[in-house]
Write a protein that binds this ligand. Structure first.
Ligand SMILES: Nc1ncnc2c1ncn2[C@@H]1O[C@H](COP(=O)(O)OP(=O)(O)OP(=O)(O)O)[C@@H](O)[C@H]1O
Ligand SMILES: [Mg+2]
Length: 351
């Protein structure tokens, strides 16, 4: 969506409950961790993907930027999701990526429900249609210029420059690809669950086959506990973090009920892919986002989908100096940092 030249970027994931920052340094055969941090946001700072309390968001970003180990890099990669972005797989009459480039603007108008002049557009040619080589499959990504402008403004106020605006689901996929040995014949479902949003991405061999954002997330657990225990949202959030296998039945039951709600919603969404599953059935699920760590959630999803489910470690292959970073801390925050790691691993000019 926004492109420039190849150099190191700071990955900043602006989520509705916190801002996550990751900085990596490219080393021989991989990456080394330079900085990693999380700054909480007050409630309602971001509502339905709109940046409401920009002062608080800028403060959170600034606090993370001020703490950077490597302060020369000032270029940021960030991402959006949900209704801020439209992702469509389309089939065009075109035989080469150059032809796609020439035609895409005109073609896109049919798929984008806004004035084409109000959106920034990007595309990725996925290859020729198997049945008809005169046609090309293209992944179209469009975001409203308003949103791009809002993001540029908050980063500029924080003293850095937004140079790449990605999509949460694609950034999570990049983190996965940076850290796992991917079987090119396996179909993976990557599911990133935040506080208010769930990003689903079914992919095979680096290509996204199905992508969907569902407005649902960790706030469901908190709201359930809040109602049950008659406490505030903040208190319920604190209670949620302390729940273990030995907590009361009441608490575990509440968690399990929401686990099932989320797992069935995942199944419903993935059924859209599974209904034709042209590239093969989903073989394995990887979870990321803060909610990945919810007690028994991975088990519930595994049971309801009848598939193996694993929590992504987006730092699995990233080297770090254990005098600077506590491995236990890294292990705990890892799933939450997935999108930020994927962003930090982007290089300008990447697609
Ligand atoms: N150990 C844990 N157990 C259960 N839930 C957790 C845990 N750690 C974090 N969460 C939940 O994860 C959510 C935050 O995750 P994350 O940082 O990925 O979301 P976000 O990016 O801020 O939100 P979104 O992407 O939806 O805007 C919160 O709902 C939080 O309560
Ligand atoms: Mg998020």
């Amino acid at each position: 969506m926004l492109f420039a030249k190849k150099k190191d970027l700071i990955g900043v994931d602006v989520g509705s409950t916190s801002v996550k920052l990751v900085q990596l340094r490219a080393i021989k055969g991989g990456y080394e961790l330079e900085s990693i941090g999380l700054a909480p946001l007050p409630p309602e700072a971001i509502v339905d993907n709109s940046l409401m309390n920009t002062t608080a968001i800028v403060e959170a970003i600034s606090s993370l930027i001020d703490g950077l180990a490597q302060r020369k890099v000032r270029d940021v990669a960030s991402s959006v999701s949900g209704n801020s972005v439209i992702i469509r797989k389309i089939v065009m009459t075109a035989s080469t990526p150059e032809e796609v480039e020439a035609e895409i603007q005109w073609e896109a108008e049919q798929y984008i429900p806004f004035d084409i002049n109000d959106v920034n557009m990007d595309f990725q040619a996925l290859g020729n249609d198997e049945n008809d080589p005169s046609k090309m499959q293209v992944l179209l990504v469009a975001s409203k210029k308003d949103i791009v402008n809002d993001y540029q403004a908050i980063f500029s106020e924080a003293g850095v420059k937004l140079v790449l605006l990605d999509v949460d689901a694609f950034a999570a996929q990049n983190a996965f690809e940076m850290n796992y040995d991917i079987d090119p014949d396996e179909v993976y479902a990557l599911i990133n669950i935040g506080s208010s949003m769930m990003n689903l991405n079914v992919m095979k061999d680096g290509i996204s086959l199905f992508i969907r954002d569902v407005q649902l997330g960790g706030a469901l657990y908190t709201e359930d506990l809040q109602k049950k225990l008659g406490i505030s949202f903040d208190e319920a959030e604190r209670v949620k973090m302390t729940i273990t296998e030995s907590s009361s039945d009441e608490l575990l039951e509440s968690m399990n009920r929401i686990n099932n709600t989320i797992a069935y919603e995942i199944r419903r969404s993935l059924d859209f892919y599974n209904s034709n599953a042209l590239e093969g059935k989903i073989g394995r699920v990887y979870l990321s986002g803060g909610v990945a760590r919810s007690i028994n959630l991975a088990n519930a999803i595994s049971e309801i989908l009848s598939l193996p489910v694993e929590i992504i470690n987006p730092l699995a292959k990233i080297r770090f100096n254990d005098k600077l970073f506590d491995p236990k801390f890294l292990n705990e925050v890892a799933p939450v940092m997935t999108v930020a790691v994927g962003l930090a691993g982007r290089r300008l000019g990447d697609k």
